[in-house]
Write a protein that binds this ligand. Structure first.
Ligand code: SAM
Length: 288
């Protein structure tokens, strides 16, 4: 292992610990964001979603993922949270089995209770180095999860390893539109707040992702900028935060450290989301 690989490994290890802490303590708070425990932003589609009903947009994001990924065979959800996307797939498509991985004990335990009786299971594993054999899966997805590893090549390489030839990887996530060094003062302030709040190693530059995927061996790479589809659900953030805080005050419940971190992350996501020159939200589809 050379020095660069060692540094990356150390960074992943450090970040994995803070990510696990965040989700072990703050996952419960997401019930306020989504009754279906979708821990991601939504996809607004004028014909099928109501911009005032958040879960309709969050579940539409799930539908968009499966539409690109396919709905047959065994899939891997790399960074599955409480299994919100998994449950949507298992409920709506009969021919699916899904294995999800997360760093959080809480999510694995509670998420598996929510999947009881369905063809899905959540394992506590690191998506950078899973225990699955080569060419296990008919498809893999990563919804707002590879950002935790800074969109480094590692999780993409691991996805490539565990996918069968011809299988697809679908990623939905926020990316930078330029290098961090080129952000303006406001952009870099929001970026740092977002990364600190949500324990993100960094965000990748979308313009470099295609080359990285090609170098790993992926083909048919399609990168869709869906920032305007995602915007209506991002605008729900201040209302969700206010409601959450009011309930805490009403119930005289203290705010946990990780909940405060999570709230800061959410606020900076909103502030970043409006800077369309610096940040964008994308769905990336590619084939092994
Ligand atoms: C914002 S949540 C998204 C969860 C889910 N994809 C969803 O949309 O509901 C990020 C998830 O990524 C997982 N994650 C982050 N880094 C990970 C890693 N190195 N290995 C496995 N899971 C990871 C976290 O545990 C968490 O479940």
């Amino acid at each position: 292992m050379n020095m660069l690989q060692l540094n990356t490994e150390l960074l992943h290890a450090q970040n994995n610990r803070s990510t696990a802490d965040l989700y072990n303590e703050a996952t419960e708070d997401y019930e306020f964001w989504s009754r279906d425990f979708n821990m991601h932003f939504g996809y607004y589609s004028p014909l099928s979603t109501d911009p005032f009903r958040r879960d309709s947009m969050l579940n539409e994001m799930n539908r968009q993922i499966y539409q690109r990924l396919g709905t047959k065979g065994v899939l891997c959800d790399m960074g599955c949270g409480m299994g919100g996307t998994m449950k949507f797939g298992l409920k709506n498509y009969r021919d699916l089995k899904i294995i999800g991985v997360t760093l959080s004990d809480f999510q694995a335990e509670e998420g598996n209770k929510r999947l009881k009786g369905m063809d899905g299971i959540i394992l506590k594993e690191d998506y950078n180095h899973t225990s699955f054999a080569n060419e296990t899966f008919d498809g893999a997805m990563a919804v707002e999860s590879f950002c935790h590893s800074g969109h480094s090549a590692d999780p993409f390489k691991e996805a490539w390893r565990i996918l069968k030839p011809g299988a697809k990887l679908v990623i939905a996530d926020a990316f930078l539109k330029k290098d961090y060094e080129d952000l303006c003062i406001g952009g870099s302030y929001c970026y740092k707040g977002l990364c600190n709040g949500w324990s993100l190693e960094k965000l990748g530059n979308i313009h470099r992702i295609k080359t990285m995927l090609e170098e790993i061996g992926f083909r048919d790479i399609n990168i869709e900028d869906i920032s305007f589809r995602v915007a209506p659900s991002v605008l729900h953030v201040p209302f969700a935060i206010s409601g959450f805080l009011l309930r805490k005050i009403y119930n005289a419940e203290p705010l946990k450290t990780q909940s405060i971190k999570n709230l800061k992350g959410s606020l900076f996501a909103l502030l970043s989301g409006v800077q369309l020159n610096n940040f964008g939200y994308y769905i990336i589809t590619c084939t092994k």
